[in-house]
Design a binder for this molecule. Structure first.
Ligand code: ARG
Length: 572
């Protein structure tokens, strides 16, 4: 396996730590220098060790410097200031590493040594309701995380656990029958179902007889009444096709869509098993799991109501077992908004006591806020429909594009606007620390400067247009590098870090780290381009090397954007 210069340096410093420091300091052993004039990387370990050992930091740093004198890939290091050690890679070391990177189709992303079977549970909208902006975050984040785990060599199973079973169907079926089972135009199905639900819900609030009738319909459905099952299937199928058209636009796929209803046959046995094992207890006629952990002590997990009805929790327990038994899942990842944190803590704790051997991880995210810092709504105060959001993204991107390029033909502009608009929407979401709420701002996410998709796409297009101008067709093979100037070395060092960054993302499932990195690559590329002439570079070899840097930068940007689920354009 190829290791990067930074990894090689980390190893070297680590060797010294192992030999000379009785207590290894915590934190990273080397980090990039803030000011490139001092070197490429810096180590603060001597300072940290000096505190613990109560010794002079410069003395400890001198020992590290001496240890590194003979390493052939760095210039002889020096002690700086109170006890930092600055390291500079030899030019040749960077050049060789870049040649290797250029030959690696995975650009330094290495497969995991022991890959796992991992289920990613994401998107999961609810039937007969419009998908809302919360579902967009789950869809986009889940898709990106699944892509990243796959490139790391894991066996990834994408499962859409749609909410297709629940008490809302009583009212829906009642309303539908009362209206004489009207036809829904395909494209308006979700809106009509939502309206139907709301109208019947209101009627039930006002009239107890109606409410009873709705309960009756629900009971019939749950008992397998043929007519009600057929209506339920109609609602589900119509919802699914509306979801599918959104997934298609987002270029998101699933291996399975096993909704809540799929798990009905196992609900009773799940509750029975948990009761038998004394994990669940009877409490006021209901079945409940109590916890000892401090944070869950006051939050029992209700898995069967006193009337015998199962709940969200029950389905999730049955689903978890199914994934372990049937798919041999070793890890389960759930992507939902932060309001479900308690639910998943309860679920994971129960699963552990139940003996389900599987690592569980809840990837939660904050809310998307409007300008008023309240959850994003339409001007009329309704939740924003995902479909409208996608339409608006494309329209706005098109307007911006046509302003810059009035020469574009309609179809061309439309296609480019699709890539830019959808990409910008996805990127706005992924580039945020997922645990924070963020304010949605069209102007910001579609801006051509700043940490945005248009900025990255623009940088990518630039790398490609330079190559076209130089008439390089296809990949540059056997690239050799001459990295003389600081800016080309800086770009090289950054590109060499790509694999490490992808690994960091998988540690806590934080795609925003990849976004931040790609943004740095794009900015560094512009600086490189400013300071290091490419097409006008003197000798043939230097020009070739700089063209190879353009190629490599473009490859990393494209690969990274792909992991985020964002398409690229060759021209813009
Ligand atoms: N349908 C749920 C919702 O809209 C999300 C389901 C998440 N997945 C799960 N296994 N609980 O909130």
């Amino acid at each position: 396996m190829n290791i990067t210069p930074a990894q090689q340096l980390t190893r070297l410093v680590q060797e010294w730590i192992d030999q000379y420091l009785p207590q290894p300091p915590s934190g990273s052993v080397v980090q990039p220098c803030n000011d490139p004039r001092f070197g490429h990387y810096q180590s603060n370990v001597a300072m940290a060790a000096a505190k613990v050992l109560k010794k002079n930091p410069r003395e400890i740093a001198t020992s590290l410097v001496e240890y590194c004198q003979t390493a052939d890939f760095i210039e002889p290091p020096e002690v700086a200031g109170p006890g930092f050690v600055n390291f500079t890679f030899k030019q040749e070391c960077l050049e060789i590493a870049c040649s290797r990177l250029a030959e690696d189709t995975n650009l330094g992303v290495t497969p995991e040594e022991s890959p796992k079977t991992i289920v990613v549970d994401f998107s999961a909208p609810n039937v007969a309701k419009e998908m809302h902006v919360g579902h967009i975050r789950s869809t986009i984040l889940g898709d990106s995380i699944a892509r990243i785990l796959k490139i790391k060599g894991h066996h990834v199973i994408r499962d859409n656990h749609i909410g297709d079973w629940g008490t809302q169907f009583g009212k829906l079926i009642l309303g539908y029958k009362e209206r004489g089972k009207p036809e829904f135009p395909e494209s308006e199905s979700l809106a009509m179902m939502q309206e139907l639900y709301q109208a019947t819900h209101q009627a039930c609030e006002a009239d107890a007889n109606k409410l009873n009738a709705a309960r009756e319909e629900l009971k019939k459905l749950q008992e397998g009444d043929e007519e009600n099952l057929e209506i339920w299937k109609f609602f589900r199928d119509r919802s699914q096709s509306a979801f599918d058209s959104i997934y298609q636009r987002l270029n998101v796929t699933f291996d399975h869509t096993l909704g809540e209803s799929f798990f009905n046959p196992w609900l009773k046995s799940t509750v029975e098993e948990l009761s038998q094992k004394s994990i669940a207890q009877e409490s006021e006629g209901a079945k409940v799991v109590f916890f000892e952990e401090d944070e869950l002590k006051d939050h029992p997990f209700l898995i069967e109501k006193s009337d015998g009805a199962a709940l969200y929790a029950t389905t999730d327990l049955a689903t978890l077992k199914y994934r372990v038994d049937e798919w041999k899942a070793q890890q389960l990842i759930y992507v939902t908004d932060g309001r479900q944190q308690l639910h998943f803590k309860q679920l994971f704790s129960t699963a552990g006591r139940w003996g389900q051997e599987v690592d569980c991880y809840h990837i939660w995210f904050g809310a998307i806020l409007g300008e008023n810092k309240k959850p994003l709504k339409t001007r009329e105060g309704n939740p924003i429909r995902l479909k409208d959001l996608l339409d608006e993204a494309e329209q706005r991107a098109k307007a911006i594009l046509l302003e810059k390029r009035s020469d574009l033909k309609e179809a061309e502009a439309q296609e480019m606007a699709r890539v830019i608009g959808i990409g910008a929407l996805k990127y706005a979401d992924l580039s945020q620390n997922r645990n924070l709420d963020y304010v949605f701002d069209w102007n910001k996410l579609l801006a051509f400067d700043g940490n945005t998709a248009p900025y990255l796409l623009n940088a990518y297009v630039r790398t490609r247009s330079i190559l076209r101008k130089a008439e390089v067709t296809g990949e540059i093979t056997g690239a050799s590098f001459h990295l003389e100037l600081p800016h080309e070395q800086a770009l090289a060092r950054l590109l060499l870090e790509y694999g490490t960054v992808v690994d960091q993302v998988t540690k806590e499932y934080r795609p925003h780290l990849l976004c931040g990195y790609l943004y740095e690559v794009a900015s560094m590329f512009h600086k490189f381009f400013e300071h290091c002439p490419v097409l006008k570079a003197g000798t043939g070899a230097l020009k070739q090397s700089r063209l190879s840097m353009c190629q490599l930068t473009g490859d990393v940007l494209k690969h990274g954007l792909e992991l985020l689920g964002i398409e690229t354009l060759e021209m813009m």
